[in-house]
Design a protein around this ligand. Structure first.
Ligand code: SF4
Length: 435
């Protein structure tokens, strides 16, 4: 079967000279298992230069039969295993997954939509989550212990989520508590705390649990403003992690001056700030970012406008403030999908988000002109670690009665994380979207 919207295929065509264009690295052509053991890291693609934490999960060797199988053979084996497993298994595919994987998914969406899809399907004994590690953790937190959540390649982490580890956040919290020790909750101001921790959905279960323990909350890219409002009702400030851009873009749109949003560098005392600026802060932004969305620039927007008169530029809020300010609109992946669905035929869109989603949208909506702002083909390197070979392996293992690559959050962490997730749902029960 030819997959027309395949980023993988585009990369191969560019590499062979059959198609014009540019990719960010020739290493994209390497199979993910080439780097599982020899070069543990995020893999080729947009976040390959980000330093990987030493304790990141590692993927063991994929059995040879899956490494050597052709694309057609893998597709046939995945279909056959899927048929044999029936309703016992549910395959979830994130918007940013390669087409060769997404086509087998029972449900495609953003991270929180997928976690909710898993929760809504208690009959499935195994949830095969084609996404990245924090997403599988969230699905495990929200599903029953009877269900196994499986990540086909354990090396599919998220470099942004990994930029805020629990030890650094605990240390930052200690420093802030010391700094704000003289700020007693003021009963006249509703007993507000000095600072409320807010974590983006794109974070480890340990950070969600931290927020649950410390009066904090989780947010998604769809509900970040609602969540910040919730936090400001309860605290004088917010400590926002791990994505500085989502925090800054959201708080700025709510009227928080940029000068009152200091950046917290976890490697420096007080995050590299002086005490005064932290006392004056409204939102303390963790120094994390998404390497995929960091690639979008104002000059790309200018070029899109110069080349397409009526172009609508929509970018994800993980892009920098300058890019969000220069775009026509910004919003979550769900916002982008709905904007395209609702547009009159013949519309032109320049999209600032991951290339797999943009190429798929361009194929699904041929009545529009849809292109990625970044002309260089550079997928999310961690999403790209999920290859059909791993999917075939985890499914055939299930057929044989073996659960491989299970992602499991310990019960204490899960219980605290659920508190922060439930606060988010209570802040706006109809909000279920994420990056
Ligand atoms: S696109 Fe960015 S935030 Fe999403 S998984 Fe990749 S690195 Fe993480």
């Amino acid at each position: 079967m030819t997959i027309t919207a395949s980023v993988d295929r585009t990369i191969r065509l560019i590499a062979s000279g059959t198609a014009s264009g540019e990719t960010c690295t020739p290493e994209l052509l390497e199979a993910p298992w080439e780097i599982d053991l020899e070069r543990p890291g995020y893999g080729p693609g947009a976040s390959m230069a980000d330093p990987i934490p030493a304790d990141s999960p590692r993927q063991g060797e994929l059995p040879q039969e899956y490494r050597e199988a052709s694309d057609d053979e893998l597709a046939g084996r995945i279909r056959a295993a899927r048929r044999r497993l029936g309703d016992r298994v549910m395959i979830l595919g994130h918007f940013y997954q390669r087409e060769e994987v997404v086509r087998f998914a029972d449900f495609v969406g953003d991270s929180f939509q997928l976690a909710n899809a898993a929760k809504a399907n208690p009959a499935a004994e195994a949830i095969v989550f084609c996404g990245v590690h924090f997403m599988a953790e969230t699905a495990d937190i929200l599903t029953s212990g009877r269900q196994s959540v499986i990540l086909p390649n354990l090396a599919a982490g998220c470099s942004m989520a990994d930029m805020a580890d629990i030890d650094s956040v605990e240390e930052a919290w200690e420093q802030l508590m010391e700094l704000y020790a003289d700020e007693r909750p003021d009963p006249d101001a509703g007993g507000r705390a000095p600072v409320i921790p807010v974590t983006y959905m794109n974070s480890s279960a340990a950070l969600k649990a931290f927020c649950g323990r410390h009066g904090g909350i989780v947010c998604t890219s769809s509900n970040a403003a609602t969540v910040l409002r919730w936090a400001f009702e309860r605290g004088s400030r917010v400590l926002f992690f791990p994505d500085q851009h989502l925090g800054r873009n959201t708080a700025k749109a709510m009227g928080v001056p940029v000068e009152r949003m200091p950046l917290w560098n976890p490697r420096r005392r007080l995050g590299g700030n002086d005490a005064e600026s932290l006392r004056d802060a409204r939102v303390i932004l963790w120094q994390g970012f998404c390497s995929v969305h960091k690639r979008f620039t104002v000059s790309q927007i200018e070029r899109a406008r110069a080349e397409h008169e009526d172009v609508r530029v929509i970018v994800h809020p993980e892009c920098s403030m300058e890019v969000v300010d220069a775009a026509d609109e910004h919003g979550s992946t769900d916002y982008i999908v709905k904007a395209i669905q609702g547009a009159p035929a013949g519309s032109t869109f320049a999209i600032g988000t991951e290339i797999n989603l943009v190429q798929r949208l361009a194929a699904e909506y041929p009545q529009h002109t849809i292109f990625c702002l970044d002309s260089v083909v550079c997928p999310c390197s961690t999403m790209y670690r999920i290859h059909p070979g791993y999917l075939a392996w985890v499914l055939e293992s299930l057929v044989e009665g073996r659960v491989v690559n299970r992602v499991q959050v310990d019960e204490d962490t899960a219980a605290d994380a659920r508190i922060a997730l439930e606060r988010m749902l209570a802040a706006r029960p109809d909000t279920t979207m994420a990056a």
